[in-house]
Design a protein around this ligand. Structure first.
Ligand code: SF4
Length: 362
């Protein structure tokens, strides 16, 4: 088997199955049978050597050509820290930068919080990642690799993926959606779309694009992919102070996009994340403003008491205030819950990713 010299090797972790099949046709004159065998092996077992696959039978030259043209690159794990229940792991990318991902135990499975960028340009005032700045977008392969490493290298039963690590997913939406298509393919990792959540700072352009895609069937569309929005402040002056994105897309524009976001089933709801900062956004008036903002939107508010970093200007409210705040929302009829702050000790909690050494260097 000869392969035309103009084809560069490609990491198959960044290719969804239809693209991989098309590439097999172009490169080897082969179709779905051989491409699917490789795809299944990579995602179901973590093994990617076509020479060991029965589907390639006696065709050793094809197996060798596929191995050379589609080398899987799993970035090495270069750091791991945790507080027992939750841990963060670091992957070293080819250019020396690192991704950070967090394994979070749930009742009967584990959830993985993945990064979509190295650093972030959104500049949220309370966020550790923001202090890195935006270094670059992750490729689809680098996003998928975080899940593959968690499942097959660290042996974690990951059944849920949340894009709440470093970066704003809507700012790298093409690569994020390509990764989601790969993660959710039932012939591979088979993580259902309702078990994958994209969390946005309130990027209205991205929300509107996702809303259109939510009405289409796979593989073009993403029905029932979950959407979470970080609200963190219920009025424009405070939100613009905490989250610069609000100067570009106001709360009114965000609300309009959320009202129009399709929720296909009666029990589906948007997630609204609200990080509680002591004396900043944790009063009864703020709680009532949240209720007003969400009027007419099917949403569940996730309250997250802030986890201060070593030199953070913000503090976490006392436990009594956190409980009061939850009560104010519930009494006003707003579906809400208190999210645990798993990962506090590992600096793996919400808004706390970002390699401290690199932050110092910046
Ligand atoms: S909270 Fe999210 S969007 Fe805001 S700076 Fe941090 S990583 Fe970026």
């Amino acid at each position: 088997m000869t392969v035309s010299a103009h084809f560069e090797p490609v990491d198959p972790l960044g290719l969804d199955l239809p693209t991989l099949v098309a590439q097999f046709g172009e490169r080897f004159g082969k179709g779905e049978y051989h491409a699917l065998a490789l795809f299944r092996a990579i995602y179901r077992t973590g093994m990617a050597d076509p020479r060991a696959l029965s589907e390639y039978g006696q065709n050793l030259s094809l197996a060798e050509a596929v191995a050379a043209q589609f080398p899987v690159h799993l970035p090495p794990v270069v750091g791991r820290s945790g507080d027992g229940s939750t841990y963060k792991f670091l992957l070293r990318l080819r250019d020396g930068l690192e991704t950070e991902s967090v394994v979070i135990p749930m009742k009967s499975y584990k959830s993985l919080c993945v990064s979509s960028q190295v650093g972030c340009k959104m500049g949220c005032a309370f966020c550790e990642t923001a202090r890195l700045g935006h270094l670059r977008n992750l490729t689809a392969a680098e996003i998928v690799a975080q899940v593959l490493v968690a499942r097959h290298v660290l042996g974690e039963p990951i059944e849920n993926v949340v894009f709440m690590g470093m970066g704003e997913p809507m700012d790298n939406l093409d690569n994020v959606l390509c990764a989601v298509r790969i993660l959710s393919d039932r012939r591979g990792l088979a993580i259902p779309l309702p078990s994958i959540t994209l969390s946005t700072v309130g990027h209205v352009g991205g929300i509107r694009r996702l809303a259109r895609l939510a009405t289409l069937a796979p593989p073009e569309g993403f029905p029932r992919l979950r959407l979470a929005v970080s609200l963190n402040a219920p009025n424009d002056p405070l939100r613009s102070e905490l989250m610069p994105v609000n100067r570009h897309w106001s709360l009114a524009q965000l609300r309009e996009a959320l009202v129009e976001f399709p929720l296909p089933r009666p029990r589906d709801a948007l997630f609204v994340e609200y990080v509680l900062l002591e004396g900043v956004n944790d009063s009864r008036a703020h709680a009532l403003e949240i209720v007003e903002f969400l009027r007419g939107i099917k949403a569940c508010v996730n309250l997250i008491p802030y986890n201060p970093g070593p030199d953070s200007p913000y503090q976490r409210p006392p436990e009594t205030r956190v409980r009061e705040f939850l009560q104010w929302l519930l009494e006003a009829g707003q579906r809400s819950r208190l999210r645990g702050t798993k990962g506090v000790g590992a600096m793996a909690a919400c808004g706390q990713l970002g390699n401290p050494d690199r932050k110092r260097a910046r």
